[in-house]
Design a protein around this ligand. Structure first.
Ligand SMILES: Cc1cc2nc3c(=O)[nH]c(=O)nc-3n(C[C@H](O)[C@H](O)[C@H](O)COP(=O)(O)OP(=O)(O)OC[C@H]3O[C@@H](n4cnc5c(N)ncnc54)[C@H](O)[C@@H]3O)c2cc1C
Length: 362
């Protein structure tokens, strides 16, 4: 077997580590000069979306012998709508660094690998597939998938983000659901430390959103964050991203080509997160290659949660600010909080039921 992995991101690296653990070495190609050679941000894994694997870090360690050191445990998530604020508390997940940061997850994964990564190698699938028996497509870009099979795009998203300075509590995150600046989308603050955080504004590129003034949305977002956190927000660095595709592939595998991470469609439509799913698909592809699993079978639960997540998003998108206020208020209720934090409950299904009556009124 001659295995190539295109892309040394989360999915490519977990695939390579798992292959190594079973005695196989892949040729790993990375177009950049080092892993995570891009802007620094904080990302999060919310436990409530990973049923039945509520503690992702423990799960990767104990089940897959892949060890991640998050930057913080998430203990409190604030939910802000236009006129309401509520929060949920508990063991809610983790934050971690990405990009050019010494503790970035891609760096942590690369450190667990013996195999050398071939840097500055932007390879094409067409060329690689002739030389290798197995190819793992892990470029983090659904457009690469689209060259090989249909990729059903649910929506494209615009990200505007910044590293901000202020006073933060590392274990607390703030989320904003407010159509005034995050139309059919959301904004969130994930602390890197007590003094620095990532602020992200993300919304779908629907025609009605495209007609809006992007800078105005961003300025409104900044001022709302300042008001809700009751402090001045100092911007250290900004970035923006467009055309981030959220969608699903037709088949996770064609012949001996495996689609993993964002190339698989790992992004969950509800909040646009995909770290957990990306790492999982990398591991699962490796299991298939070494003969201890069937990739198509292993990813079936991910397909199901993608569809649950998409239908919940479609319901949420119908809500105006008044309805978002009602929903936020409803979350500020111990019964609902315990449903959300219950380890045995599939949150996507529960939330779908909660949101449904609100969206029916829309
Ligand atoms: C702004 C932003 C915030 C996010 N926040 C969160 C969050 O909070 N929580 C969460 O769970 N998810 C989040 N996500 C999504 C998450 O980052 C992705 O789902 C995940 O990184 C995808 O992993 P991957 O391995 O598919 O791709 P990546 O980790 O992006 O890795 C792809 C790698 O392939 C390399 N590459 C590309 N093309 C080639 C080529 N032709 N040849 C060789 N190498 C190539 C790239 O340089 C890169 O290193 C966020 C995404 C963005 C954009």
């Amino acid at each position: 077997m001659k295995i190539a992995i295109i892309g040394a991101g989360l999915a490519g690296l977990t695939c390579a580590i798992t292959l190594e653990k079973h005695g196989y070495q892949a040729d790993i190609f990375e177009k950049r000069g080092m892993v995570g050679d891009r802007f620094v941000i904080s990302e999060a894994m919310f436990s409530m979306f990973h049923t039945p694997y509520k503690d992702a870090v423990k799960y990767f360690s104990e089940i897959h012998d892949i060890h991640l050191k998050p930057s913080s445990n998430l203990q409190k998530i604030y939910i802000h709508s236009e006129n309401e604020t509520s929060f949920i508390e508990g063991h809610l997940g983790f934050t971690n660094m990405r990009g050019k940061h010494p503790e970035a997850y891609e760096k942590q994964l690369a450190d667990q690998l013996q195999t050398k990564i071939h840097y500055n190698q932007e390879v094409s699938y067409e060329k690689i597939s002739k030389e290798y028996t197995h190819v793992v497509l892990a470029t983090g870009d659904a457009m690469d998938t689209k060259k090989l099979q249909p990729f059903d795009v649910a929506f494209k998203a615009t990200f505007k983000g910044a590293i901000i300075e202020g006073n933060f509590i590392e274990s607390e995150t703030h989320t904003f659901f407010n159509n005034n600046f995050a139309p059919k989308g959301m904004s969130y603050i994930l602390p890197h430390s007590d003094t620095e955080a990532s602020l992200v504004l993300v919304y779908p590129q629907y025609p009605e959103n495209e007609a809006l003034d992007k800078e105005e949305l961003w300025q409104k977002c900044l001022s709302e964050c300042a008001i809700r956190l009751d402090q001045e927000i100092m911007i250290v660095k900004e970035y923006s991203l467009k055309d981030y595709r959220v969608g699903k592939i037709q088949t996770p595998r064609i012949g001996n080509t495996f689609f993993v991470g964002n190339c698989f469609g790992a992004i969950t439509p509800l909040i646009g997160f995909g770290e957990f799913e990306s790492m999982l698909t990398g591991i699962y592809a490796a299991h298939d290659i070494v003969g201890i699993g069937d990739y198509e079978e292993l990813v079936k639960p991910l397909n199901q949660s993608y569809h649950d997540s998409l239908s919940l998003r479609r319901s949420l998108e119908k809500l105006d600010n008044q309805q978002l206020d009602l929903l936020t208020k409803a979350i500020d209720n111990k019964t609902i909080e315990s449903l959300i934090t219950n380890k045995n409950i599939n949150l996507l299904k529960i939330l779908g039921r909660l949101v449904h009556p609100f969206s029916r009124k829309a």
